[in-house]
Design a binder for this molecule. Structure first.
Ligand code: ZN
Length: 452
């Protein structure tokens, strides 16, 4: 457990002390090394050595207990969760991170689709939850695809930095795109495409629908496969039925595709076969390079919606820095999980111990450790525990649109989702976006601390 912490706890000490506001981009690993010597003159070692299993285990047990009801946003489970987080931050002396509040309110739109729906593709009629799920983010009582032509768009990715555009030269106006889950690197890591087995944002379902919307498609259907999705069909069936949340949007969802759906792999294979195509062959072409193919088959579905506005909360607490308090290193984790399913017999609660009571518990353990440091880190350290990740990173999206700490004062953001629960590991994969300096510092830490 302790080893897990080092790369997470140290960068702020180092990153903070190594980088003055004027020379961020020039800081090198050797600068960081000098600063390591400085930081060891603080009480870092004793604070570090006092981090115990219980610091993580106890909050993890509480957050994942039945009492917290699976931590679904806007429910009693949310109230218990955010009250608990605020009181734990207060206990270790952290300041409110949003003015005089520990909370940032996030306005959500709750949309519930009538489960009494089917999807027709060609001659096949697919059953809700068994073969497919469909929903709409548009604030309309009823919204339909009527004989919308299907186009297979491979991974549905438009990524200039990877020179990959599955939509190149394609007009999908009024059509429904069929998309593979994950990104082109995942099942083909030797190819060097994207980030190999590490999923990029282009692999996430939320991106698939966003890009299909930007392309002007009428509908977007993701083909579920367990390995690249990293979860089974039951997760899709459960999390995509019942109330779905979105951020309250000015255009009432008009810029989204009309219908967002998933098909099981079996159902998708049937559709491809009916269209005279072989799913595996088409998929393998899509893995080689940007790809799309008209399917000459059409889909129809009607989604009937009910709406409710609701409010959830991001939680934010700050340990002020001793030298550059305006500048922040932010640690994030999402506190939410899937809640409960009252239609289930027996245990109805999705406790979400791993995803993401572990990350949230780690945040609390780190907050406690950081608050014991003397002197305090030079930059401020903020802990941002976000809501509605499971519904499409909504708390994070809201924060990015309404940052409490200005972006140009945000030095780094380290996110924790589903911590290692397997015990000691030989490898600790390391990757960071954009900030190579941070990556160098983290690497240095790994050499100096974790591997001996
Ligand atoms: Zn998660």
């Amino acid at each position: 457990m302790k080893k897990m912490f080092l790369p997470l706890l140290v960068p702020t000490l180092l990153g903070v002390s190594a980088c003055s506001p004027s020379n961020d981009s020039k800081t090198t690993a050797s600068d960081a090394s000098k600063e390591l010597a400085v930081s060891t003159s603080s009480n870092f070692d004793s604070v570090y050595n006092n981090i115990s299993d219980a610091d993580i285990r106890e909050p993890l047990k509480i957050l994942a207990s039945d009492e917290f009801e699976g931590r679904l946003p806007t429910t009693e489970g949310e109230k218990k969760t955010i009250d608990y987080l605020v009181s734990e931050f207060q206990k270790v002396g952290l300041k409110p991170g949003n003015g005089d509040s520990y909370l940032q309110k996030v306005a959500l739109m709750e949309i519930t689709a009538d489960p009494n729906m089917t999807m027709t593709i060609g001659d096949n009629t697919f059953a809700y939850k068994e073969d497919m799920v469909a929903s709409s983010k548009r604030e309309q009582d009823s919204i339909s695809l009527e004989n919308s032509e299907l186009v297979f768009v491979g991974y549905g990715v438009n990524a200039p930095e990877y020179e990959w555009n599955d939509y190149e030269g394609l007009d999908v106006e009024g059509k429904t795109v069929v998309i593979l889950v994950n990104d082109p690197g995942f099942e083909n890591p030797e190819s060097g495409k994207f980030q190999g087995t590490t999923m990029t944002y282009y692999g996430r379902w939320s991106y698939k629908y966003e890009e299909a919307s930007r392309q002007g498609a009428a509908g977007a259907i993701i083909v579920h496969e367990t390995a690249p999705a990293s979860y089974g069909w039951s997760v899709v069936a459960n999390s995509w039925s019942g109330p779905q949340y979105g951020l309250v949007s000015k255009d009432k969802g008009a810029s989204r595709v009309a219908v967002e759906g998933w098909l099981t792999l079996d159902a998708a294979k049937k559709v491809f076969t009916d269209a005279g195509l072989n799913f595996d062959e088409e998929k393998s072409k899509a893995m080689q390079g940007p790809y799309h193919k008209p399917m000459n088959i059409a889909a129809s579905v009607t989604v009937n919606n009910t709406f409710k506005k609701s409010e959830s909360n991001n939680v934010i607490a700050t340990l002020p820095g001793s030298t550059f308090p305006d500048e922040h290193v932010i640690y994030t984790a999402h506190w939410d999980h899937l809640g409960k399913d009252e239609s289930k017999e027996g245990d109805q609660i999705y406790n979400g111990a791993h995803d993401n009571a572990t990350g949230t518990a780690a945040i609390l353990a780190m907050a406690k450790a950081y608050s014991g440091l003397s002197p305090a880190p030079k930059r401020s350290v903020s802990f941002l525990v976000v809501t509605a990740e499971e519904q499409g990173l909504l708390g994070s999206k809201y924060y990015a649109d309404h940052p409490v700490i200005p972006m140009d004062k945000t030095v780094a953001n380290l996110n924790m989702d589903a911590m290692n629960v397997l015990g000691k590991q030989k490898m600790w994969p390391l990757w960071a976006w954009a900030n190579l300096n941070l990556k160098a510092i983290l690497k240095l830490q790994r050499l100096n601390k974790v591997e001996h």
